[in-house]
Design a protein around this ligand. Sequence first.
Ligand SMILES: Nc1ncnc2c1ncn2[C@@H]1O[C@H](COP(=O)(O)OP(=O)(O)OP(=O)(O)O)[C@@H](O)[C@H]1O
Length: 251
Amino acid sequence: MGEALELDGLTKVFGAQRAVDGLSLSVPAGSFFGMLGPNGAGKTTSLSMAVGLLRPDAGTARIFGADVWREPAKAKALVGVLPDGLGMPERLTGREVLTYLGLLRGIPEAEVRARAAELLEVLELDHEDDKQVIGYSTGMRKKLGLAVALLHAPRLLVLDEPFEAVDPVSAATIRTILHRFIAGGGSVVMSSHVMALVEQLCDRVAVVADGKVVASGTVSEVRAGGSLEDAFVALVGASTKGAEGLTWLSR
Ligand SMILES: Nc1ncnc2c1ncn2[C@@H]1O[C@H](COP(=O)(O)OP(=O)(O)OP(=O)(O)O)[C@@H](O)[C@H]1O
């Protein structure tokens, strides 16, 4: 079936820091792919380059074979993105955001309205229909961002921390939506810090540290008989910080 996403030698340098350092990975079509890594490992920077939001200093990103930076219109039509710290038109309601972005995508108006209504209902954003985005909570923003990513029925979803700040009921809804998306032939790449969620949802994972992939494969290959959390700590190095110092916290 080919590759949904192929990153080859992606590199991004900020000043003296190589935030992403020759990162390569391959996401087979139909897979649910988890990207793990400690804070500052380079996950957001890599995913931003992968979907055309941040220009790489070197390397390539392909979505179903389309080069994200050489054939952006073709590549971007195939992908729905939930970026980190999503900027939204703050003075629009959720329904207006979806309608506006759907029309910009070239979806016929009646179809946009029908899809927006369905997404808002499923994600339980429809009961506060008058609320502008500026009044949304972090979790509501995340859900609206996911609705935006799904609106044009992409073949690949790239989601940066989709479950962050989302309540358990909404998280279950999102999990169901993502499972249905995969069952319908879609592919998902998501970053997350929640190991249990990655173990439960994903069939393949990559662990990123210092801007490089330090392990990748099926979940069982990467966890190698133990838990994913143990494998992760072994790969990125355990820290003993926090056990010492801070004596002023003791009573
Ligand atoms: N615009 C920027 N300017 C300077 N440095 C940056 C910029 N964006 C990211 N960085 C640095 O690049 C490194 C990788 O950051 P990135 O946000 O990709 O990590 P991450 O793996 O997504 O982390 P987290 O899990 O905390 O979200 C960090 O050290 C960060 O400080």
